[in-house]
Design a protein around this ligand. Structure first.
Ligand code: PXL
Length: 271
């Protein structure tokens, strides 16, 4: 069978176990040819106290030109942290120029958590992202991002009606399958999925720690499973199990990411 070729567009944080440094090994681990479009090089991700930032936006048109000359195209796209509004216009250009027929577009709109925007993001960015997700087949925001994208007041605790309403608003606005990540009830954590008008929850026991980069790992594993032909529910469950496994393997002093490397050879979804 011909291997699938995906393009993942996100930053390269030199240190931090997030974005490209997790997407590339994880997608490759599943036998997917993984091409990267690094949008910026950071010394480390932005949950550290400070970071350096080399913006690669101006390089992207040249990259596209070369790809066009070589007749490159992709069977799927996975977008994570972009960081700049201008990159969304380039992402759309990328879909238009380098898609095969039916190449799925998966967008994790990465811009906030716990009710707040990450450093460097503003309302204008959120509005541009609300536009970009109309191009997606699957979106996987967390609850905070879902609230910002739908102009909904964020609540730290909620009931099913609240998250289902969020998912419904997103599905209407984006015309995509919606996966809301980090949904929590009764000691469980997981995803609310809304696809073809049906709600589904994939929940697991909540672990006592919270680590950075787990959303990027989740997106990569979910995407790999979707490309392998699994249902969205099965893909979310596989991704949730993998993230939990990585968290259990992580030393609690390791503040900036999770130990996914030791788990790559032992993905629970293989069993
Ligand atoms: O994990 C999301 C992410 C990716 N890349 C960078 C980040 C973050 C979250 O803060 O700072 C650079």
């Amino acid at each position: 069978m011909k291997a699938k070729r995906i393009l993942t567009m996100q930053d390269l944080s030199c240190v931090g176990q997030c974005s490209l440094t997790v997407a590339l090994p994880i997608l490759s681990r599943y036998g997917i040819e993984t091409c990267v479009l690094p949008t910026a090089v950071l010394s480390n991700h932005t949950q550290f106290k400070s970071w350096s930032y080399l913006d690669l936006t101006n390089e992207i048109p040249d990259i596209f030109r070369e790809w066009q000359q070589s007749g490159i195209n992709f069977d799927a796209f996975l977008l994570g942290y972009l960081g700049k509004k201008e990159l969304m216009t380039l992402a759309e250009e990328c879909f238009d120029k380098f898609s095969n027929p039916d190449s799925p577009i998966i967008i994790d709109p990465v811009f906030g958590d716990e009710g707040r925007l990450y450093s460097g993001f503003d309302e204008e960015y959120v509005r541009a992202m609300a536009q970009l997700i109309t191009r997606a087949d699957i979106i996987d925001p967390n609850v905070t991002e879902a609230c910002f994208l739908t102009n909904t007041v964020y609540r730290a605790s909620y009931d099913k009606r609240y998250v289902e309403e969020l998912a419904r608003k997103l599905a209407d606005a984006a015309d995509a399958a919606v996966v809301i990540t980090g949904v929590e009830f009764d000691g469980l954590i997981g995803e609310l999925i809304l696809q073809d008008g049906c709600f589904q929850y994939e929940m697991l026991p909540k672990l006592p720690a919270k680590y950075h980069g787990t959303g990027d790992i989740f997106s990569s594993v979910m995407t790999a499973n979707v490309l392998a032909g699994k249902s969205l529910g099965e893909s979310c469950l596989a991704a949730g199990l993998f993230v939990a496994d990585c968290m259990r393997a992580t030393d609690s002093q390791h503040f900036y990411g999770v130990n996914f490397e030791s788990r790559l050879a032992n993905d629970p979804s293989d069993k």
